[in-house]
Ligand binder design. Sequence first.
Ligand SMILES: [Fe+2]
Length: 320
Amino acid sequence: MALNFLNMKKKLPVLGIGLGLRRELATETFESKDKIDWLEIVPENYMDLGGMAGERLEQALQAFPLVSHGVNLSIGSTDPLNETYLKSLKKLLDTVDAPWFSDHLCFTSVDGHYLHDLLPLPTSREAVNHVAQRIKTVQEYVQRPFLIENISYYMNMPGCEMSEVQFLAEVLEKADCGLLLDVNNVYVNSINHNFDPYKYLNALPLERTVQMHIAGHSHGDEMIIDTHGNPIIEPVFELLDYVLGRVVVNGVMLERDQNYPEFSEILSELNQIRKVASSYQPQLAKLNLIETDTNGSPELRNSICHTLDTSAGRRSAHAS
Ligand SMILES: [Fe+2]
């Protein structure tokens, strides 16, 4: 596929505001299809599987557009690309007709052993060339637009030659691929590694953003941790607001992976995301789905008003 990613992005659908499909939330998710625009699936949970996983996938496919967000591609590894994995991934993507697919800018395997963690790459020129070539190879094989996600990381690898954001920007340009921008990861990293998250965003080719993630995090002893186990905090909503005010995005997705609340709280968070999007991108927000004030708590309304009232000032303060 001869690629020019930015031209390809213009042809991608605007999916709206989505949720990660999780087994624990599946029943309520399916019951709430009028309030959720699309679902993100973890392909490793469905590739080559039938049984209950297959049934859940079929049910999801009947009700929602699906996109795929993998964890085991290991795009940055020095292991050869796993052809068996890629074949199964392509088959799944073809089955669900995903408009795009994504994985993380990291490595998850060494010498064929999977580490079950998303580990950062050394931000070297050699690694830029290595991972960009592999992204091109994968995109060519799968024949669908490929997005890479900025990860949360808790250490710097030996051999770093540039900042993480410079590394990410160079990989995006050299691979000519898309960005899955996780604003919670940007916030978590900005606290743990002491940088300005707005300068980080300004250093990225944001126009490559097709999808965004937003989530909550937890506080550890020395660092904050990207757990997806708490409500989204306002500074993370502000980063979402900042990005949506600057570039067209095709989908925003709420990640919730543990410490599950009442499903109504998840729906409230989706509504908050919709309201932030509504200020800039009505098609993304799907305005007809925004719950009116009478359905929201006063706290929620105040929080949203504050987010929107203060965003204009922040945007001009942080704009590059
Ligand atoms: Fe994420």
